[in-house]
Each structure stands twice: as structure tokens, then as C-alpha cells.
Design a protein around this ligand. Sequence first.
Ligand SMILES: [Zn+2]
Length: 162
Amino acid sequence: MTFRCAICAEEHEGLPDIGLHAPDPYLDVPENERAERTTFTSDRCTVRDGDGEQYFVRGVIVIPIHGQDEPFGLGVWVSQSRANYERYERNEEMAPTFGWLANRIAHYEENTFLLKTRVHFGVQNHRPTIELEPTDHPLAVEQRRGITLARAWEIVHSHMPS
Ligand SMILES: [Zn+2]
């Protein structure tokens, strides 16, 4: 469906999903130390520091869009316990787990890093979906109530290089 965008005044077709490349603790590791202290794939990441090892998985925050069948997907990283990380690695069937959101998402003024989430593991080869704790944080509110298509495009534009 074509959408006339109020931000750039262009007509848009399909809404792209937005994804954050890596968990922030990974990006905090200086590049010349990453080979030694981290592991990284498109779905999983580990980061070692003085306190031990941290485990992260990539998932999707699904946000409904008012009046649309297709929701908006925001790809982010969440922490996992070592045990759950390894179960995910082995493709085991998993009940929902706890995870801390591991990204500062730039389009929210309020920090999103370390928001509490529940991670739902889907069928094989599907990324886990991430449910925010139902607080009044704008991200949690948007996931709960849904957003307009205009707001979704506003988010997309805020992640595009200008
Ligand atoms: Zn636009």
C-alpha cells in the first residue's frame, strides 16, 4: 500500500523493519579487542569483561500498526542467562525467558537500555519475539497500544542516514 509521508513528502511502498546491528555492550568493546573478548553472529553474541561473560540473542519487538495487517518490527538484542543462551544455541524448545534489553534505541528520549523484557522463542529459524514489561515507558506503551503508520515511518526515517 502506498503511503504519502509527511516527513519526506515522498510516497512509500512497503514499510521496512528496523534492526540494530549488535548489542550495546558489544559495541562498547574496542574493535581491536573484539576478536579476543566477543563472539558474534547475526543471531547471537557473547561479550567477556572483568566480571565474566554476558550472553545476548537477537529478537524482534513487534509493534502493531493501527489499521494494518502487517506489524512493524524492531530488531533488537536482549541478554540471556548462559543456560538459556546455550539452549537457544542447541535449538531446544523453550518457554519464555527473562531478558534485559541491550540497546539504547535512538528514537526514544527515555533510555531503553536494560528495560525488562520477556523473550518468546518461536519455531526453528524464526527470531524470538520480545515483549516489553508493561510499564509506562513509551516503547512499552507503543507495543501495547500500537502506533499509526505515520509514526512507523517517522521511526524508520530517524534510523536512516540523512
Ligand atoms: Zn518518508
